[in-house]
Design a protein around this ligand. Sequence first.
Ligand SMILES: Nc1ncnc2c1ncn2[C@@H]1O[C@H](COP(=O)(O)OP(=O)(O)O)[C@@H](O)[C@H]1O
Ligand SMILES: [Mg+2]
Length: 338
Amino acid sequence: MKKKLKVLLVFDTPYHTPRDYNFEKEFKELDWVTEKDVYSALLENGYEVTLLGLYNDISLLFEEVKENRPEVIFNLTEVFKQKTYLEKNIAWILEILGIPYTGTTPASLLICNNKALTKKILTFHKIRVPNFYTFYKHRKVKFIRKLRLPLIVKPLYEEASRGISQASVVDSEEGLIERVKFIHIHLNMDAIAEEYIDGRELYVSVLGNKRIKVFPFREMKFGKIPEDEPRIATYKAKWDYKYRERWEIKNVFAGRLPLGLDKKIVEICKRAYRALNMQCYARFDIRVTPKGEVYIIEANANPCLGRSDELAQSVEKSGISYNKLIQKIINLALRRPV
Ligand SMILES: Nc1ncnc2c1ncn2[C@@H]1O[C@H](COP(=O)(O)OP(=O)(O)O)[C@@H](O)[C@H]1O
Ligand SMILES: [Mg+2]
């Protein structure tokens, strides 16, 4: 019989768990659905899988690698010590270990975790992004005249719409200063203010290293949110199921787009993927204006991989099952030179 490939599934945990912890209790809860989905798919694909949760003790990873010698590491970590900006540091360690690992490289995580740095690189490659200004903590916050109101103010390094609410969109000098200070003080983070792009919000999933493939687009529909209010994916709009129901907010496959726009989006996202040196899998959050201009709002390196998340939905639409997707991600990791 063929020997099973040894996979180490690494993810972050909100508290310490020992190396041999089985996560049976956690995997029954909704918060852990991605880890559970990937774990089940790996088992169904016939791998020998070990689970490892990381909270704040990186030595668990070193011990695991030394004693069990995994052949590939499936990296689902999004934070370390509950801090998003430390996500990239885990990938740096995986790169040093020299074992094939899934997801993008630490260098591209570093770029993509910083919403300003991503936009600077995309601008160099002539890919359209909103004009923006970065407000670092401990520096004077002042209005920037070259930016066109309204603006959206976000934490510079966050994910999953943490720190984003309807109040993030501001249309005055005072509003901007107040919201930037809110992010500095309450989230203890640097802030970015971007010109607000009015338009349809699409999510574009991509898979590949050298040869890359773009999958059918998803779209966020803002339902009954009034036209004169910001129609944005706030934290509540993404995660609060009652709020979504009340305002009829839905994520669906993108409806018809004006002629030629599909192709344009595919081409732009492929260029952006290469420009940011993304690998394995990614998702772009984009906005398309009524004039058909395509803006990249965010490049998500290592986006959510649950069965019901946008990437898996898009890939499934093109006829690739969830288990097959997880298999492909492993293969992409194995094929990448380490
Ligand atoms: N410049 C912008 N113009 C319009 N909407 C924006 C802009 N930036 C962010 N948004 C809205 O806020 C949401 C979250 O912003 P994003 O940069 O993707 O942060 P996160 O990393 O938290 O997902 C987007 O999905 C979009 O709805
Ligand atoms: Mg986003």
